[in-house]
Design a protein around this ligand. Structure first.
Ligand SMILES: Cc1cc2nc3c(=O)[nH]c(=O)nc-3n(C[C@H](O)[C@H](O)[C@H](O)COP(=O)(O)O)c2cc1C
Length: 148
């Protein structure tokens, strides 16, 4: 049995590169010591992150994230229990709208383009398709931390 937590938030620092660099550094703090897996996407100044793992690991990272001054305006999208992990091959995959824009992806299907309003299932479908296409192309993956 695993737990998951998915939220969105707004980055405090505007420049995308600075934010990505900060996150990359911060992500190394905790994730590699745990069996957490998941996905972080940045769309403009909005982050959406899905994390999954044991109740204790998810709870600890959630606590750190909620207290992190790097972002604000956090909205919990969903949380709960799952039988199996969705991102078992990844530590914390990271993409942003320079790789693929959620807005563009959704518009292609006629679905809600605003990442702050999108449904949990649309967000997860986007993330799962991104990992599948990375695996298929064999491209180097922009991991936030090494795969466990
Ligand atoms: C949008 C966002 C996503 C983050 N994702 C992770 C993550 O996946 N893993 C992680 O260890 N820290 C992540 N962090 C950093 C944590 O908030 C925190 O700074 C870090 O885990 C260190 O926590 P600690 O100071 O309590 O040890 C993220 C921060 C932000 C703003």
């Amino acid at each position: 049995m695993h737990y998951f937590w998915i939220y969105s938030s707004r980055a405090k620092t505007a420049p995308a590169l600075a934010t990505a660099a900060l996150l990359f550094r911060q992500a190394r703090c905790r994730t590699p010591d745990t069996h957490l897996t998941g996905y972080l996407h940045r769309e403009g100044d909005i982050f959406v992150q899905y994390i999954e793992g044991s109740w204790e690991d998810v709870r600890r990272l959630r606590h750190a994230i909620l207290a992190d001054p790097a972002h604000r305006d956090i909205r919990v999208v969903a949380s709960g229990r799952i039988e199996t992990r969705r991102f078992s091959g990844w530590s914390m995959m990271y993409t942003d709208d320079s790789v693929l824009s959620f807005r563009t992806y959704q518009a292609a299907f006629g679905l809600e383009p605003d990442i702050r309003r999108a449904s949990t299932s649309d967000l997860l479908k986007f993330m799962e398709e991104m990992t599948i296409s990375y695996e298929a192309t064999g491209q180097e993956v922009p991991l936030m931390a090494e795969t466990a």
